[in-house]
Ligand binder design. Structure first.
Ligand code: UD1
Ligand code: CA
Length: 438
């Protein structure tokens, strides 16, 4: 069987984005656009994965995708030229090449699987992913004949009749590697944009009696991000699709239009989420938990029947076990909280491990940072910490102990103890100055 390499195009100038950052490094659903293409490539490639990119994007790719290969495209002469940049690195022997666009994030894995399978079965030289659109403006139009592609005409080159065609090109295609690189050099820039369009390969192939096939996918899968306006509108669509899935699965989102979720948000049934909650990536919430309004959750796991918020901030690497209560203006970072424990008001808990059935009083802070490094606080089960305590880490408070309100605790506390650190209250008779009145 032929092997499959991927080429992901991500070197475009991003002119329409009006941003100093490449468009493919912007985020959708709290995930970088390019990561979507990478995930698809990783799941389907049986050979190399190449990114054709700018130096800025190369830096990102090398840092984040260990197995990826990068090629810099110095001058952006068009999508055909971009693919050609990877020519000398890709095997031409019994290989198919899939071309993905870094700015088309929502293409489904199942569509790419279908593309590969269809192309293999139909024995075409190549296949493109197409879609039907009510508003085809801006897309390349597919001129077809008997289920084959005669040519693809870019928007800027369409005539009046072609503008009415609603069969559009997604830009994503598969092609035999040898044929792709033999043919790509024949593609010129004789068009209104003076760019070498990869899509012109379809016309050459058709004339050489090796026409491309096409398979359809949903329009939402191929929506591209070329400007901030498109990014904002895609985010809105993305949010609606993903939230509707949650709602169908039994999650109660109250006024869902005010709630933000991420590409990988996992919420079990019977969970209630109040308005204005923001859920960043890596969040998992178990059955029957309630997240009160205005909470902000990032990369954390929340057990079942917990109560979180309103206005709680749960930061990365936090685990709340079942039945935990976290109240308003509480921030928790890199910590584990045991079952039935409660941190009900105005606290900061960082780098801590808290056992079962612990009560943390209002305003209590784990002082985890000593100016150079982060230190851990360990609190065992059944501990009661009064309000407004400063717990100076590294620190261990053993089971069944009580810490009196207002204490600064800088020594380990043995089990079954009362720890109290408090200066004496001074009470004196008040003196009044007669001249000034009260
Ligand atoms: C492209 C397709 C169009 C299709 C549309 C779907 C071509 C010629 N046109 O148009 O038929 O309907 O996508 O969204 O393929 N890139 C490079 N180097 C370059 C030029 C582009 O790496 O020299 C990259 C871009 O970063 C981007 C991708 O290729 O990821 C597509 O380029 P873009 O300019 O966005 O093409 P569209 O005008 O959207
Ligand atoms: Ca595009």
């Amino acid at each position: 069987m032929k092997k499959i390499s991927f080429v992901i195009l991500a070197a475009g100038k991003s002119r329409r984005m009006m941003s100093s950052k490449s468009k493919v490094l912007h985020e959708l659903g709290d995930k970088v656009l390019l990561d979507y293409a990478w995930d698809i490539a990783v799941q389907n490639s049986t050979s190399d994965i190449f990114f054709v990119c700018s130096p800025q994007v190369k830096q990102y790719v090398n840092k984040n995708y260990k197995k990826a290969k990068t090629v810099i495209q110095k001058n952006q002469l068009g999508t055909a030229h971009a693919v050609e940049c990877a020519k000398k690195y890709i095997s031409k022997n019994k290989h198919d090449v899939v071309v993905l666009f870094g700015d088309v994030p929502l293409i489904k894995n199942s569509t790419i699987k279908k593309l590969i399978k269809f192309n293999r079965k139909s024995k075409s030289i190549g296949t493109i992913v197409s879609f039907r659109s009510d508003k085809p403006f801006g897309y390349g139009r597919i001129i077809s004949e008997n289920q084959y592609v005669k040519s693809v005409v870019e928007e800027s080159d369409t005539n009046y009749e072609q503008k009415k065609i609603n069969l559009c090109n997604s830009g994503i295609l598969i092609c035999d590697s040898k044929y792709l690189f033999e043919t790509i050099k024949k593609i010129s820039n004789k068009n209104n944009q003076k760019e070498r369009f990869l899509t012109d390969i379809c016309k050459i192939a058709y004339n050489e009696k090796k026409p491309f096939s096409y398979i359809n996918c949903d329009e939402i899968e191929v929506l591209g991000v070329n400007s901030h306006l498109q990014l904002t509108s895609l985010e809105e669509k993305f949010q609606n699709i993903y939230k509707n899935k949650l709602i169908k699965n039994g999650v109660h989102l109250i006024r869902p239009e005010t709630i933000t979720i991420s590409h990988d948000t996992k919420i079990a049934k019977n969970v209630v989420i109040e308005p204005n909650t923001i859920i960043k990536s890596g969040v998992k919430i178990a059955d029957s938990t309630k997240i009160f309004g205005g909470s902000y959750l990032e990369n954390c796991k929340i057990g079942k029947k917990c109560k979180v918020g309103p206005y709680a901030r749960i930061r990365p690497n936090t685990i709340l076990n079942d039945y935990v209560k976290v109240g308003n203006y509480v921030e928790i970072k890199n910590s584990k909280i045991g079952k039935f424990s409660s941190i009900a008001h105005l606290s900061y808990i960082g780098d801590a491990e808290i056992g079962n059935n612990v009560n943390i009083g209002a305003g209590t802070i784990t002082c985890n940072y000593d100016g150079t490094k982060k230190n851990r606080t360990i609190i065992k089960k059944n501990v009661f910490i009064g309000s407004n305590c400063s717990l100076i880490a590294p620190l261990k408070i053993k089971q069944n102990s009580i810490i009196g309100a207002g204490s600064v605790v800088d020594k380990d506390v043995p089990p079954n103890s009362l720890a109290l650190e408090r200066s004496k209250l001074v009470l004196k008779k008040r003196k009044f100055n007669k001249n000034k009145g009260k």
